[in-house]
Design a protein around this ligand. Structure first.
Ligand SMILES: [Zn+2]
Length: 312
């Protein structure tokens, strides 16, 4: 009897250990804002942000630990090699102190990120990661902001696979799911619709594997007067993997199960736990994606209203 029980016990132990065999990962969540600082990544009274609390929750369900940082000066090859994946929720030129005055990264630190991913690691860009390192510092948002620069785009834009132009009013928009087999999209259905601050994007690289396409013609506002374009994609960078989704502005997106599944899938794919085919598909998925919205000059700021004269 005893001899029989040993193999059974071994099988049970084996089953238990394989159920927990998801690899442990250390992940850097980097949220420096050299431009606009989003509420969901803002540190208030030293407390973790809305986004960080979501990652702590997801990390507890997987074998994931996170480093939360806004310190760009740490970006070196040695620092980055401790992480399996780096996640950006950033804005602006991160080589400048900018809005949040957190330490900037050096140009060598920026290059270290590219080299780190090329060597076989992962990168996830969330929402304003595409509003980061604009080509030729297009911060003035003039007509040049609405042009595609192709190979002349900033190396970061080429690395990410696209660039933010602007956004309109928050609204519910429908995103078509292009590849439901990609990790994180298995249960999202053919499409999903959220109320969100939707980015109008440009300069899509032709090597991206599009995962979602937004139904821009059905949307309200000048930024969306354009054919359907990608809002989520994956691409390979050397031996590494890059993932981007435009979602993540609103607090309630962070508790949305569809968004959380996409985040988990992105972490599993970029960190190499799961394989997925990512053939370039921009021409099939969004054939007119490179048609950008028309440039609409911003109205000049209104003159200050003179204080009303007190009535006699
Ligand atoms: Zn936003």
């Amino acid at each position: 009897m005893f001899k029989l029980q040993i193999p059974i016990l071994a099988i049970l132990l084996g089953a238990a250990s394989s159920a927990q065999a998801a690899p442990a990962h250390k992940i850097l969540f980097f949220t420096k804002s050299s431009g606009f600082e989003h509420d969901v990544i803002s540190w208030k009274k030293g407390q973790p942000s809305v986004a960080e609390r979501t990652f702590l929750d997801l990390g507890g369900k997987h074998e994931w630990t996170f480093e939360f940082s806004k310190d760009g000066s740490k970006f070196t090859p040695d620092y980055l090699k401790a992480f399996d994946t780096v996640i950006f929720y950033t804005t602006g030129d991160l080589t400048t102190p900018g809005t949040d005055k957190q330490p900037p990264m050096s140009p060598a630190g920026k290059q270290a990120l590219f080299d780190y991913v090329k060597s076989g690691k992962g990168f996830i860009g969330l929402h304003s990661a595409s509003d980061t390192f604009h080509t030729a510092n297009e911060s003035k948002k003039g007509p040049d902001r609405y042009a595609n620069h192709g190979k002349d785009a900033d190396p970061y834009v080429c690395f990410l696979g696209g660039e933010f132009i602007l956004h309109g009013a928050q609204q519910v928009a429908t995103n078509k799911v292009i590849n439901p087999k990609f990790p994180g999209f298995e249960t999202s259905g053919d499409s999903f619709a959220f109320n969100e601050e939707w980015y109008s994007l440009k300069d899509f690289r032709d090597d991206i594997h599009v995962l979602t396409v937004i139904d821009s013609p059905a949307m309200k506002g000048a930024p969306y007067q354009r054919p359907a374009y990608p809002t989520t994609w994956a691409r390979l960078e050397g031996k590494g993997r890059v993932f981007y989704t435009a979602m993540g502005h609103r607090d309630d997106i962070w508790t949305n199960p569809t968004f959380q599944n996409i985040l988990v899938g992105a972490i599993r794919w970029t960190s190499g736990d799961v394989k997925a085919a990512t053939p370039p598909n921009l021409k099939e998925a969004a054939p007119q994606a490179l048609t950008n919205p028309p440039y609409v000059p911003q109205p000049p700021p209104k003159p200050p209203v003179a204080p009303a004269k007190p009535e006699k």
